[in-house]
Design a binder for this molecule. Sequence first.
Ligand SMILES: [Zn+2]
Ligand SMILES: [Zn+2]
Length: 239
Amino acid sequence: MADNLCEVCPKTGDQRCSRCRQVRYCSHQCQRAAWVKHKLVCDSATEFNSQDRPTPDAAEVYYRRALLFDPEKTKPNFIWLKFKLEQVDGHFVEQPQLDAVGIDEPDIEDFMIQKHPVLDRTLPHTIRLRFRDNFLSDGSKANAPVQSLKTKHDWRGPMVAYAMKGTEGIEDLRESDDLDATDFPSIVSFLKVYGDERPLTTTRITNEDLKNMSPAERAGGIIFDSATGSFYNSAGRRL
Ligand SMILES: [Zn+2]
Ligand SMILES: [Zn+2]
């Protein structure tokens, strides 16, 4: 993340995770609260080295760090995702080569995340989540890395998260960007609130709600109940 904010609360984060050196926290309390989710990507983020970025084998090919939720694994893993400059509706756009990660149907779902859904914080770039559109009916295997986040939805098949520079409308997002562990909390929160009928960018909790939340709640313990249309904290209190 381009700024120096705590991953869990609105304060400045002067302490970094000592292993991956990517995510920031204001206090041990916030770090402890975040660890239950951060531990899923910290090892992969630590082992994943920018110096290992593949050399493009052709002009207008790029490799970017992305996060793959592979149904054959138990945790998400960072990968190098290949992008190619392609013409789309008269514009040149760096397009991810999704068939290489098993997202191989004609219909591919595409979600954009531009704000942290709980902290209501604008992200430094746009995160895109891509997966098979028909994963419930095409025989796709349950996605254990996603379902382990205790999402309500029955996610199946491979899912990849990658980043595009900028936070404008989709047609202005043309350049790919590296994703890192600081993007993970927004992805987790998104998957937890998925099913809400409101567009993500308007899904928000008020500042008053935020003040009353514990760090654990802000770190992703928030549950959205689509039946009642409300957010609940981990103790079942309506927000
Ligand atoms: Zn904090
Ligand atoms: Zn870490």
